[in-house]
Design a protein around this ligand. Structure first.
Ligand code: NAP
Length: 249
């Protein structure tokens, strides 16, 4: 089987499947991070060359099952998986963690994308925490009057074309108390975030709520309509079911 990864859940699924005699597992990474977290199964790195390339890979490697455990904002690879799996005759499951929902005290401003988020920050200069990752920050160059604290896993090169930006690197999990300290240290007034879901990056959302700060939240992109589960346990159950069915053939 092949796991499309780059997420905590993909790594956890791989951990759950190591040592199983009935499965040969490979995990695929896009290759965005220079020092990816270690994985307990063989890892291949880099794009496949669109859905056709992925279909060819699935056929050549004689993959029976594909689990798309990529990040909910990685819409292109998920679309490729949905197109390639039926073409290659491979069973596909999407493992998609649930998004966060606002609770009492949250001040979310939901926007479609980073360009809309940049506009939503308004004309008055503010101190902004950009917690979007590297690939979504370019549109904030259109709002150079704000002061930005930019956090990403990898360094931002080249930097954002704005006069006031500070860059920090970090990989979650981020605890709420640490996020509150960061917000205080940099006098952050508003946070821009993706609705990633899961506990690892929720600290900033909880901190914003506690401090009464607004969060400009990028809505999730639309993802292909394929069979999907929200937890690693359910993904393992799906695989068990498929393995049983295949043994019966
Ligand atoms: P994307 O826009 O959906 O994908 C762009 C291209 O990158 C794909 O067409 C594919 O190239 C390649 N690719 C993406 N994921 C891949 C994988 N797991 N294995 C092999 N190739 C992959 O993806 P993205 O948003 O740039 O995210 C890239 C990776 O970072 C994903 O693995 C994702 O899980 C992880 N990630 C993303 C975010 C986020 O906010 N977007 C956050 C955390 C982690 P080809 O068409 O050439 O096959």
């Amino acid at each position: 089987m092949l796991i499309l990864g780059g997420t905590t859940e993909a790594r956890q699924l791989a951990e759950r499947l190591t040592g199983r005699a009935d499965l040969t597992v490979t995990l695929s990474l896009a290759g965005r991070t220079t020092a990816p977290a270690p994985h307990p199964v063989p890892v291949r790195v880099g794009g496949f060359g669109g859905s056709e390339g992925l279909a060819a890979y699935l056929g050549a490697q004689r993959i029976d099952a594909l689990v798309d455990a990529t990040h909910p904002y990685a819409a292109a690879i998920s679309a490729n998986a949905a197109a390639a799996a039926p073409r290659a005759g491979v069973a596909l499951l999407a493992l998609r963690r649930a998004g966060w929902t606002p609770t009492a005290g949250d001040r979310w401003i939901e926007v479609a994308d980073a360009a809309q988020a940049a506009r939503a920050l308004g004309n008055i200069p503010r101190c902004v925490l950009l917690a979007l990752g590297r690939n979504a920050i370019e549109p904030f160059a259109t709002a150079p009057h704000h002061r930005y604290l930019v956090r990403s896993v990898e360094p931002i090169v080249p930097p954002l074309r704005v006069p006031h930006a500070v860059y920090i690197t970090g990989r979650g999990p981020f605890a709420e108390a640490d996020e509150r300290a960061l917000i205080a240290q940099h006098r952050i007034e508003v946070i821009v975030a993706k609705n990633s879901g899961g506990p690892a990056t929720y600290g900033k959302i909880a901190a914003a709520r506690a401090l009464g700060l607004p969060v400009v939240m990028l809505r999730r992109p639309s993802l292909p309509d394929v069979e999907a589960v929200a937890t690693v346990d359910d993904a393992v159950a799906w695989l068990d079911h498929r393995c049983t069915a295949m043994r019966g053939v």
